[in-house]
Design a protein around this ligand. Structure first.
Ligand SMILES: [Zn+2]
Length: 469
């Protein structure tokens, strides 16, 4: 049993290495070749979905596909629709949501479901938890995307001197960052897996002992570690630093550069995408969306496509390689801005200029005539991030005002920082026609991370529900 399991996992990684070789060829495609490929994959996916998923058969019953599939003709689906119809949504009738949830609850490592599926769940940071299933080939493709990210960063498997890679992330195999790391760890790298919920002291000690050449962490953790390095408690010399899964602010990026003298890579992942959705290359001109894996539409609140260079309100994702659980025009609340530029590397994939968080991170304050004024998290990042005395922060909008927890750098005066922060933030919010509510600032030793949310830190969040939402 154990030997069979090990052989299967090795086969999955072997297949991923093979797929990655094919992906390398896609880097040299023209844009037209890429679009043609997307169209062929989309047609196969839609045909498969209609044939094997009762949900899609019903959803698409009035859609003509015999002359080819037109993406815009297909209805948009969201997470609650998918989860409410899960057993009819998937293309293998043996996959039942209740049983998958039981399986998720019993995971201890990289176990298969029904001998061939891997099952993951999202952190539920935006409410409802999604469940996502891949068969072995689909998982290998996702792994190939993970390896491709490594090759973008110059970290491809190397023998005999294997890369020493520290990854700090979720601490449970039900979450994708952990699972991908476990699944790809078949001895090709020396891997250290650390938990994002650990104390910074424990992380520093573990990293000092391991001495990684490559450090991969949430940006809020990488920037805290950068301060540890700058202040002399951490002493590591990674050649490559990459961040994933949270919004990365300019001040975080600067601290990382200052500490290790390298520009951190920016990997963009989502569980719906089987983790890696895109990565920047060595030119750091933006995040290349892996468009041979996905079709991405950046849209506004009314689902209209926004032009490159303008921030979107959400994304519509079509996953071109997962046929087990077809995600076709699937709504994700990430707010991104596509770049209007191209990258000197000449890859055919479009660039994301900025990832701005999730649309449910927007805070709504009272404005003139009592109307809601949307305040984008970026206003908090720019105001709070500009204060060098603050190591880390979290903003929570409650009924009685805005609560800000701050972790101060050594030697900083809590009162002075709080007064400066209050004035700057008030000025910023009022310049956006928002009435500034009471600001409550609290200096804390650390900001707790929720293991149920993969240890990710939401820098800005609201506990207030808008009327009618
Ligand atoms: Zn590039």
């Amino acid at each position: 049993m154990r030997i069979g399991y090990t052989i299967k996992r090795l086969q999955d990684v072997g297949r991923a290495l093979f797929i990655q070789k094919t992906l390398n060829k896609h880097d040299r495609w023209t844009r037209q070749e890429l679009v043609r490929f997307q169209h062929q994959q989309l047609s196969s996916l839609v045909t498969h979905a209609i044939r094997h998923s009762p949900f899609y058969r019903e959803l698409y019953k009035h859609i003509k596909t015999d002359q080819g599939v037109v993406l815009n003709d297909l209805p948009i689906i969201d997470k609650s629709t998918m989860m409410d119809n899960f057993d009819e949504f998937v293309t293998d009738p043996r996959l039942k949501l209740n049983e998958l949830r039981t399986h998720i609850g019993q995971l201890t490592r990289d176990e298969y479901y029904l001998g061939g599926y891997r099952v993951l769940t999202t952190s539920g940071s935006s409410g409802l938890k999604g469940v996502f299933v891949s068969n072995r080939k689909e998982w290998s493709t996702a792994l190939a995307g993970f390896l491709r990210c490594g090759s973008f960063m110059g970290v491809s498997p190397r023998l005999p001197k294997r890369w020493r890679i520290s990854s700090i992330g979720a601490d449970s195999p039900m979450h994708v960052t952990y699972r991908m790391s476990v699944s790809s760890d078949v001895g090709l790298i020396k891997a250290q897996r650390l938990e994002a919920t650990s104390s910074i002291e424990d992380l520093v000690n573990a990293l000092n002992a391991f001495q990684p050449e490559c450090l991969n962490a949430y940006p809020s953790i990488a920037s805290l570690l950068a301060i540890e390095q700058l202040e002399g408690r951490l002493n590591i010399h990674p050649k490559v630093v990459s961040t994933l899964a949270e919004v990365r602010t300019k001040d975080m990026e600067q601290k990382i550069q200052e500490a290790w003298g390298v520009m951190p890579f920016d990997n963009y992942g989502m569980t719906e995408a089987g983790i890696v959705f895109g990565s920047d290359c060595s030119f750091h001109c933006g995040i290349h969306v892996f468009e041979d894996f996905f079709i991405v539409e950046v849209v506004d609140e009314q689902d209209r496509v926004v032009p490159d260079g303008s921030p979107g309100y959400k994304l519509l994702i079509t996953n071109l390689f997962n046929f087990t659980q077809p995600l076709i025009r699937y709504e994700v609340s990430d707010m991104i801005t596509m770049s209007t530029e191209t990258c000197p590397c000449s890859r055919p994939f479009r660039l994301i200029a900025r990832v701005e968080g999730r649309s449910d991170d927007i805070i709504y304050l009272r404005g003139p005539q009592g109307r809601d004024v949307p305040v984008h998290p970026i206003h908090f990042h720019s105001t709070i991030g500009a204060l060098q005395e603050i190591k880390q922060y979290q903003v929570v909008h409650e009924d009685d005002g805005i609560h800000i927890s701050i972790v101060l750098r050594e030697g900083a005066s809590g009162e002075e920082v709080a007064s400066k922060l209050r004035d700057n933030l008030r000025g910023n919010l009022e310049s956006h026609s928002a009435q500034c509510p009471d600001i409550h600032i609290r200096s804390v030793d650390r900001i707790e991370r929720d293991p149920c949310k993969m240890g990710k830190l939401k820098l800005v969040m609201s506990n207030i529900r808008r009327h009618g939402i």
